[in-house]
Design a protein around this ligand. Structure first.
Ligand SMILES: [Zn+2]
Length: 248
């Protein structure tokens, strides 16, 4: 049986699925996996959260990177994989998408933002670390590039930071809680393009499996959790998922 038939069957038999996505779903949009050769952390040192908070030069460097787009996280378009997942969400098959990606491409593909649980935040806007107010990057750009102003909150004057979760910065508790709830509520947990090595990626599929859900892993390379999965497909995501949830 071709592998996509197996996954299609699991989806047919599922009443409530969850998709867990990682860098692999976005490489087909031209966004390099940040851990891979050519990815952002092979080209520059990450800025630690504490350094961002405590060192004005580091904060300036973080904003320089954000506005130059040097990390390559923004400006891409969703690909067939994102659109197929969006169709499954629209059909009520997939209840939530838990993602390690910060590229906003699930929302750009049409999934309601409330159904996208971003474990590592989002690189397409900024938030105030004091009051949480959202700031659009474009509104902050001119002050920084023309007057060298490090962005401050328009409401409270607090420190504003791109809404990604930096190294050394805690993951948002509410997102983690919802990701765990969705994992426990699903009967099918589908991994799409994650190597499942970092927490909580390494844990959630096991939580789902122990709770009685089926586990499908689609990733180009083998993962540590393949042996726990009901089906494992080592393939590109876009072509596979478009066959499972074809364009109408
Ligand atoms: Zn504020």
């Amino acid at each position: 049986m071709p592998p996509h038939d197996d996954l299609a069957r699991l989806l047919r038999e599922s009443r409530r699925a969850v998709a867990f996505t990682g860098a692999g779903i976005s490489t087909e949009s031209g966004i390099p996996d940040f851990r891979s050769p050519g990815g952002v952390w092979s080209r520059m040192q990450p800025i630690l959260f504490d350094d961002f908070l405590n060192d004005e030069d580091m904060r300036r460097e973080a904003w320089r990177r954000a506005f130059s787009g040097v990390a390559g996280w923004t400006g891409a378009s969703p690909n067939e994989g994102h659109f197929a997942v969006a169709r499954l969400v629209a059909d009520g098959k997939i209840a939530a998408v838990i993602t390690q990606n910060v590229d906003n491409l699930h929302q750009d593909s049409g999934i309601p933002p409330t159904k996208v649980l971003e474990l590592h935040g989002n690189a397409s806007y900024a938030t105030c670390l004091e009051c949480g107010l959202r700031h659009e990057l474009e509104a902050l750009r001119q002050g920084f590039t023309e007057r060298d102003e490090i962005p401050a909150c328009q409401a409270c004057g607090g420190v504003v930071k791109v809404a990604t979760v930096s190294f050394g910065q805690p993951m948002p508790k509410d997102v983690l809680r919802r990701a765990e709830e969705e994992t426990l509520a699903c009967d099918l947990f589908i991994v799409l393009g994650s190597s499942l090595v970092v927490y909580p990626a390494a844990g959630l599929p096991i939580v789902a499996k122990r709770n009685g859900a089926r586990l499908a892993i689609v990733n180009r390379d083998p993962t540590e959790l393949d042996r726990f999965a009901d089906i494992v497909i080592h393939d590109d995501i876009g072509p596979l998922m478009s066959r499972i949830a074809p364009r109408r």
